[in-house]
Write a protein of this length. Structure first.
Length: 246
């Protein structure tokens, strides 16, 4: 006869199963107590020092933040008071960094950007804030209007282009081609003719920049035409009369 070895898996008895469950629960309880003991030690480590500063020394309390804000604004705005203790210091530091500190973009222009965004998103709180702070940073009423007008134009074209579902790749190609053209002409010499601004003279002020052209034009106007200064209306007309020259 051919011997056949049959291996039967031992079926645990009910008492064995209960013993395994109890052992598993015991292991879980031991792990929980170990974790709790570690957390308690870690808390004591932070409070007593242990190479780290106390939590109270690491984070400004609410009164410290309020004192710093009052020194700058003379009061603590209500919207600051709404911020919970857990994030007050972080929010204040971020606010100072973005709104008050000097950055790559001068503060006046950052506030005008903020005003333009607020105008598009129709937030009256931000519109008021950025308008007033822009004025504090030297923005004029004309500059404020210009920022809002630019936002209106940008939002309007965005609405139109998206609504008409213009082909994006075509739009991108045309914008890049137009910019390349402008760059190619920026280094070219330009000129301003006296006759183009209504003066009976064949002189042409030449230069690569508007400043250079106007400098030569002003010198010519004084020596050839006896003009001590160019009137604003004539300057405006001259600016539109500058042309590329061969």
């Amino acid at each position: 006869m051919i011997g056949v070895n049959l291996h039967f898996k031992e079926i645990p008895t009910e008492s064995a199963t209960q013993s395994q469950r109890a052992n598993s629960k015991h292991k879980i309880v031991v792990k929980l107590f170990t974790l709790l003991a570690f957390l308690k030690w870690d808390k004591q480590f932070l409070i007593k020092g242990g190479g780290c500063k106390r939590r109270e020394e690491q984070i400004m309390n609410r009164q410290d933040v309020y004192k710093e804000i009052e020194e700058i604004f003379g009061l603590v705005p209500s919207f600051i008071k709404m911020i919970p203790d857990s994030s007050l210091e972080l929010e204040w530091k971020l606010f100072k960094r973005v709104q008050l500190d000097e950055g790559l973009i001068p503060n006046k222009y950052r506030e005008l950007i903020g005003l333009a965004i607020a105008a598009v998103t129709k937030c009256r709180f931000c519109s008021l804030f950025h308008t007033e702070v822009a004025k504090l940073n030297g923005a004029t009423d004309a500059e404020i209007e210009d920022a809002v007008h630019f936002a209106k134009s940008s939002a309007g074209w965005s609405t139109y282009l998206n609504g008409m579902q213009m082909d994006y790749e075509q739009f991108k190609s045309e914008v890049k081609r137009a910019c390349d053209h402008v760059r190619s002409t920026q280094g070219a010499e330009k000129g301003l003719r006296c006759r183009d601004v209504g003066v009976d003279c064949d002189y042409v002020a030449r230069g690569k920049t508007e400043e250079e052209i106007f400098g030569k034009a002003a010198e010519h106007a004084m020596t050839a035409h006896g003009m001590k200064e160019i009137p604003p209306e004539l300057m405006q007309k001259a600016r539109g009369a500058i042309r590329s020259v061969a």
